[in-house]
Design a protein around this ligand. Structure first.
Ligand SMILES: [Zn+2]
Ligand SMILES: [Zn+2]
Length: 635
């Protein structure tokens, strides 16, 4: 005990640092793991904790056994290794965030340079660690080693500051663009405030972490050079100055891991979307003021204002099979069947879009535009929309509830506060009597009784892609079928919060339909946030292969002229194919990733709803528990 170099102070300091790091790790373990990024952050926090624990062990044993005992040296090595590992991990986490931002913005933010700087920094930092460990094994540190330590530390610090600068630049690029958007009045005050606080958090946190890391690195070097002071009674107090920065570094880094990785994917994706919208806005605004253009835009805004509430959709659904389309069977009838045999007959007297009738004329701009394929079961389309309102990512359970207990579902939706959310679905929002009501094809044969539905004899004038009047590009001005991309752009301009809801059928056929893919690609291009609902996650892997082979050239549509027109709008088809793959599969921003990544609050809500579903099912239908679990929810 004569050899004690560290005061009890040092022990208390490292112990509090360790408790803090333990708290952060436990909190992340309890909260996180829902996304790869949060799992990685948890690992990083754990490493910081282990680093602090080995420091505690180190100061404990150096008090009891002296600095040069073997046990103390083992802890020396452990703390060096964990310190280095946690530092590298922190950098990797920062780079993951930049790469997510880069992916969602679709433009480089200097990730490549950041990567190089961090690799070089890691090499010089490793040199530092080796020198430090060597000096710890010595009773007296020679002057040349002190010089080498100091210079390795100097180079590492400068490199690390460059890294920090590059990262700050990466976060500032989107912030600057957003500021321009804000000044031009394109984004709301709230969106801008959210972006600013996100940027402040990221940059401030990074600066705090860098400062304390550089300080603590310095103090380790300083302390190692002071190794000789351990033999001197007066040198002992010096170690308080060494331990304090180390303590600060542990606190700062673990706190940064906690706050900076919180739900980092989602804000980044939102920012990226806003920026993409900014980039494409200029293109959308460029229209001349001719009479035909004006008429075209009037039609676009007329179409856009046909959103209907979820409540009205449910009341339509409840009467299906009892008040109209009496033979409706939810597990065989597709959206196209319901259009032919319920929506078209019901809207025949007025000739207008059925949404207008459903809403008693009080249609509005939608909160979400729904992309779906007409071959999907109509029940599953409705279930996908309800799942969106309930915040669920799969809709199999909702489909079941639609079959068994619409009233229960309705009360859940009413409780969720989303029953007044408005949607835009082509089946309801396009006036079918202005286009397809009179033409029946073999695909429209009813799957239950095998007969073609009767053609409509309403006699309303029909208007297709090339029906006069046409604009300079030969596009029909009054046609309701050729304006979906303009309409999306129009709504996105008016409403910052508009989102696209993609209801994928159980066989993933949606991704082979030209219209659907065109809508998905267009929403992506103009930066509308996209949400995807699939029926059941368990079957996803079975269709993944098929999705990976998607080619826009092989898409289908019921009207060949649509395919031609959609393909004509795509100058570089291979690029779009590649983009589609990114859109679906990208690890951070892809539709499937979104589906897999849920933040913790969403997860809790999810669990709550599932519990409620299961309770309802068990209560009312006495379905055994293992059957209820069949949809394989993975969290
Ligand atoms: Zn549609
Ligand atoms: Zn008709």
């Amino acid at each position: 005990a004569e050899m004690t170099s560290e005061s009890p102070w040092a022990f208390v300091l490292t112990a509090t640092g360790s408790i803090w790091a333990a708290g952060v790790t436990l909190l992340l373990l309890a909260r996180g793991r829902s996304s790869p990024h949060l799992r990685s952050a948890t690992g990083c926090a754990l490493t910081i904790w282990l680093y602090s624990l080995s420091m505690v062990g180190d100061s404990l044993f150096s008090c009891r056994l002296g600095n040069l005992s073997q046990v103390t040296q083992i802890f020396d090595y452990l703390s060096a290794v964990f310190c280095f590992a946690s530092w590298v991990w922190m950098a990797v986490l920062v780079m993951t965030r930049i790469s997510a931002l880069e992916a969602s913005m679709g433009q480089p933010l200097g990730l490549q340079e950041v990567r190089w700087v961090i690799v070089v920094t890691a090499v010089t930092a490793a040199l530092c660690v080796i020198f430090v460990l060597y000096s710890w094994s010595l009773v007296f540190v020679p002057l040349p080693l002190i010089y080498m330590l100091a210079s390795a530390y100097g180079v590492t610090s400068v490199l690390y500051l460059i890294f920090t600068g590059l990262v700050i630049r990466a976060f500032c690029i989107p912030l600057r663009l957003l500021k321009e958007m804000h000044t031009a009045g394109y984004i709301s005050k709230e969106t801008w405030a959210a972006a600013v606080s996100l940027g402040q958090l990221q940059i401030g946190g990074l600066l705090a972490s860098t400062t304390t890391t550089v300080l603590s690195g310095g103090s380790i070097i300083f302390g190692s050079s002071l190794q000789f002071a351990k033999l001197d009674e007066s040198g002992r107090d010096m170690f308080t100055f060494v331990d304090f920065p180390l303590w600060l570094d542990i606190i700062a880094n673990s706190t940064c891991v906690l706050f900076l990785t919180g739900a980092v994917h989602m804000p980044n994706a939102v920012l990226g979307n806003a920026l993409a919208r900014q980039r494409n806005r200029a293109a959308m605004l460029g229209s001349s003021g001719s009479v035909l253009d004006r008429q075209w835009h009037e039609k676009v805004s007329e179409l856009a204002e046909r959103g209907f509430t979820l409540e009205s959709l449910l009341s339509f659904y409840k009467r299906l099979g009892t008040d109209y389309m009496l033979h409706y069977k939810s597990d065989v009838h597709r959206t196209s069947d319901v259009v032919r045999q319920a929506i078209i007959p019901l809207s025949r007297p007025s000739g207008v879009a059925y949404a207008v009738t459903m809403m008693n004329g009080a249609c509005s701009l939608p909160d979400a535009m729904v992309t779906h394929n007409w071959g999907n079961l109509f029940r599953d389309l409705v279930a996908g929309i309800c799942a969106d309102a309930l915040g669920l990512s799969e809709y199999a359970l909702v489909s079941e509830l639609l079959d068994r207990d619409v009233v229960a579902l309705e009360s859940m939706l009413a409780n969720s506060g989303k029953i007044q959310k408005t949607y835009w679905v082509c089946a309801f929002c396009i006036a079918q009597h202005s286009c397809i009501c009179h033409s029946i094809s073999a695909r429209d044969v009813d799957p239950v009784h095998g007969m073609e539905p009767p053609t409509c004899d309403c006699g309303w004038p029909k208007c297709f892609n090339d029906t006069p009047e046409v604009d300079a590009l030969g596009r029909s001005v009054h046609c309701e079928l050729n304006k979906f991309d303009d309409m999306m752009g129009h709504i996105a301009r008016i409403d910052d919060q508009i989102e696209q809801l993609i209801v994928v059928d159980s066989k993933f056929d949606l991704f082979t339909r030209a219209w659907c893919v065109a809508e998905v690609a267009e929403a992506f291009r103009i930066g509308i946030p996209q949400k995807m609902k699939i029926k059941c996650g368990q079957v996803l892997h079975a269709f993944e292969e098929r999705l990976r082979l998607l080619k826009v050239q092989e898409m289908e549509a019921s009207r060949p002229e649509d395919v031609a027109e959609i393909l004509a709008k795509i100058p570089d088809k291979d690029a779009l194919n590649a983009q589609l793959q990114t859109l679906i599969f990208d690890e951070n921003t892809g539709l499937l990733a979104q589906w897999r990544i849920l933040d913790s609050t969403e997860q809790l809500r999810h669990f709550g709803l599932l519990a409620r579903f299961q309770w309802l099912r068990g209560q009312r239908y006495q379905i055994p528990f293992d059957k209820i679990c069949c949809h394989g929810y993975t969290f």
